[in-house]
Write a protein of this length. Structure first.
Length: 435
């Protein structure tokens, strides 16, 4: 039972969304903490209400602003957030409108601002009368696309043929994608276990390990999850072992390894691997330990900065290096919609500098004849093909390996998986050999 079962879950969601939008709080962390205050039977609903409201926030805020006779005072912003959460529930969750209006009015009556009950009631009822007009008349490009203008313009500039579908996919509910440990169970056999447990799923067309569920399930209910039979990982991210060209006896560095998904997959695919998993964040390093323990896999796990090899490197070079580089995250916004609110165009220079430093430092640790795989979950060329092209211009010994169409659209260097086009999240891959 929830520790605070007397609190309306909507109150928790409203507070969480306001923290994400107004205070820059991370949505994943916030919901992870908040869910234990929500009755278990309503957590899935509350998760969709939280993530969906953040995903569509600018569109919903536009509705509210058009319906309000005057802006809500800064001190009363919680009223605006209550209205916006209610609008999402009406428009996207299919809850009967009368129930949403009634619950929202009762909620504000129990709050510190009961005087606003009439306002909330009037705005929501007016939305029901004007919803068709409001959907057809957004007042800004941000409201129309539910994306910040800088990101929307970048997508249309770089991917003009695909931009509307990329934007649409960024605003969609993501599927749940699992990675099956095929060293322990055949994927088709696992699909049968899923179906016997009441879940609808199908094999990923892109990853030989992937299983796609159209709706999210509670992890502990999934057959074999707690014993490490499956993990949650987008099928675009599951291509890493193919890019690394794994074989027995390799010494591999996972340079930015947290939370350990790709490290676990490497070890599942090729157990006879000497894997060093490195990350700079102690809290995230704990996640590597937890994930590998659940999978029953072992690696040398170190907390340090990959750029400072004098602190952690034992002097033996690596046959493979995976650099899953810190990036803008613009390819995964359907899973992490707060990225749309927290990321700024001005952040990209900081990411590209860090990526270049990591590339330069880890490249020196690669054996001649070895392979480095550079991965981001970004759609931005400066972090992807332009980054790798610049690096190759300065390193004549670096040679590109073509990864093939499984890895998405060919760019000037490397390949790009695009949301909505390739039925995955957005990932960039480049493979470089050191001659």
């Amino acid at each position: 039972m929830s520790r605070t079962c007397g609190i309306d879950p909507r109150t928790i969601v409203v507070e969480l969304v306001q923290q994400v939008i107004d205070a820059g709080a991370p949505l994943d962390v916030g919901f992870q903490r908040a869910q234990y205050s929500i009755p278990e039977a309503r957590r899935s609903w509350a998760r969709d209400l939280s993530y969906g409201t953040v995903r569509w926030f600018w569109r919903l805020e536009d509705y509210a602003n058009q319906l309000l006779s005057k802006p809500v005072k800064r001190a009363d912003r919680s009223i605006l957030f209550l209205i916006i959460v209610a609008l999402y529930e009406i428009e996207h969750q299919g809850t009967p409108a009368y129930a949403v209006v009634s619950e929202s009015v009762n909620m504000i009556k129990r709050s510190a601002r009961p005087w606003a009950a009439g306002l909330v009631n009037a705005v929501l009822r007016e939305f029901l009368r004007q919803q068709v007009r409001l959907r057809e008349s957004p007042t800004s490009a941000t409201a129309a696309s539910a994306h910040p203008v800088w990101l929307r313009d970048m997508i249309f500039s770089v991917y003009p043929d695909y931009a509307p579908l990329i934007i649409e996919t960024g605003n969609s509910r993501p599927p749940m994608v699992l990675r099956v440990d095929t060293s322990r169970i055949d994927r088709d056999d696992y699909l049968q276990q899923l179906h016997h447990s009441g879940y609808t799923g199908h094999a990923s067309p892109r990853s030989q390990w992937g299983v796609v569920l159209p709706q999210w399930a509670r992890l502990t209910d999934l057959p074999g999850f707690e014993s490490g039979l499956v993990s949650v990982q987008d099928d675009g991210a599951q291509l890493t072992p193919i890019a690394l060209e794994l074989k027995p006896g390799l010494r591999i560095l996972d340079a930015c390894a947290a939370p350990g998904g790709k490290a676990g997959h490497i070890l599942e695919t090729e157990p006879q691997t000497e894997l060093v998993a490195l990350d700079v964040d102690p809290a995230r390093v704990r996640r590597i330990h937890e994930n590998l323990e659940r999978l029953g896999r072992h690696a040398t796990i170190t907390t340090d900065d990959a750029r400072n090899s004098d602190n952690w490197w034992d002097g033996r070079k690596f046959d493979r290096i995976l650099l899953d580089a810190p990036c803008s995250g613009t390819g995964v916004i359907r899973r992490h919609p707060d990225i749309k609110h927290h990321r700024r165009a001005s952040d990209i220079d900081q990411f590209t500098r860090l990526q270049r430093q990591l590339l330069t430092a880890t490249w020196e640790l690669l054996n001649f004849g070895g392979i480095m795989v550079y991965v981001t979950c970004s759609l931005i060329p400066e972090e992807n093909e332009r980054q790798i092209r610049s690096f190759m211009d300065d390193h004549s010994e670096a040679r590109e390996n073509d990864l093939g169409p499984q890895f998405g659209e060919k760019r000037s260097v490397g390949r790009q998986l695009l949301p909505g086009i390739h039925d995955t999240d957005g990932f960039y891959y480049a493979s470089l050999s050191r001659d």
